[in-house]
Design a binder for this molecule. Structure first.
Ligand code: ZN
Length: 319
């Protein structure tokens, strides 16, 4: 949208006949503001971060519903058949894909649901990392082999792959507003570039090693050259074995880790006990965001919040 003062300047610089025609055109535009021509497009996302991205790119032209509720871990989320009804008349379902939110595919299949789907992990240009490989005796929920789903935690992957794909899909559903989506995408991408620079500066210290609660930060770590030296839970929601705990303590002591990362969606008690074991603290990070906290409601704010937490968890200088 051209700012009003620029329009005014343009009008003043035109000769009077053209001026009247332009003023009339602007009047018509003002009478039909963006979005007034039809109700917002209903879009459903499996998890909050994908919902955030759709809101960022679609603004008032979309109405987003997120299936996994705030505070729940997508890994341990157990959907009910009623979650399928929440798809309602959605024109698009956005899912991560792979094993991560496969529950929605199962629900849809059972009900022959035909909502069109955008699957993030299969987008062209995305370079998925392998997930933890489950041992043969793991519970059935742990996949034998899989892709690491936490790709939204790399801001440059969001900028270069995820946001352009989401924006293009929304524009296909809302043809008359192509320019609107193009403008929102361009603005969001440039803010993601700024975010990337900020995070780089924030995490520029000499310390690179961290202990995660669950392996959510490998894309983030690959982008910002951080080393995950261990995790408390190899699969979110599955407590570590005594042997895993012992080797984690050894690794964390060796690397002089000052803090263990914990997450709002997963029980932090083991991490707290573990941190006490080698004189470390715990620091809260959040891969999913929380609509109830203004600092974690929008994607860019959430990632800034996480970068600050990482900076604290890594510690300021070498011991
Ligand atoms: Zn996760």
């Amino acid at each position: 949208m051209v700012p009003p003062f620029e329009l005014l300047t343009t009008i003043r610089s035109l000769r009077s006949g053209a001026r009247r025609a332009l003023a009339l055109a602007i009047g018509l535009l003002a009478a039909a503001p963006v979005g007034a021509d039809r109700p917002p497009i209903p879009v459903v996302a499996t998890i909050e971060p994908l919902g955030m991205l759709v809101r960022e790119l679609g603004g008032e032209r979309v109405a987003v519903t997120v299936l996994v509720p705030p505070g729940a871990s997508p890994h341990t989320f157990e959907p009910q058949p009623s979650d399928l009804t929440r798809l309602g008349d959605a024109q698009l379902l956005v899912e991560v894909g792979g094993h991560f939110d496969a529950w929605i595919a199962r629900l849809r299949q059972a009900a022959s649901n035909r909502t069109p789907v955008l699957t993030i992990l299969t987008l062209p240009g995305l370079e998925p990392l392998p997930a933890e490989t489950a041992p043969p005796d793991a519970r059935p929920a742990a996949p034998a082999s899989a892709t690491d789903p936490h790709v939204w935690l790399d801001p440059l992957c969001v900028r270069d792959v995820i946001a352009p794909a989401l924006s293009a899909r929304l524009a296909d559903l809302d043809e008359p507003a192509r320019a609107f989506y193009a403008a929102h995408l361009a603005s969001f991408r440039s803010r993601l570039t700024e975010l990337d620079h900020e995070i780089r500066a924030q995490l520029a210290g000499p310390r690179r090693s961290y202990v995660a609660f669950h392996p959510a930060w490998r894309y983030f770590g690959a982008r910002y050259e951080l080393d995950e030296i261990g995790v408390v839970e190899r699969w979110a929601g599955e407590g570590p074995t005594p042997r895993e705990l012992a080797s984690l303590v050894t690794a964390a002591e060796k690397a002089r880790i000052p803090a263990i990362l914990i997450e709002p969606q997963l029980d932090p008690r083991v991490a707290r006990t573990l941190a006490r074991e080698f004189g470390a603290t715990v620091v809260l990070v959040d891969p999913n965001g929380d609509p109830a906290d203004p600092e974690r409601t929008r994607y860019l704010d959430l990632m800034r919040w996480n970068a600050r937490a990482f900076a604290r968890a890594l510690g300021g200088s070498e011991p």
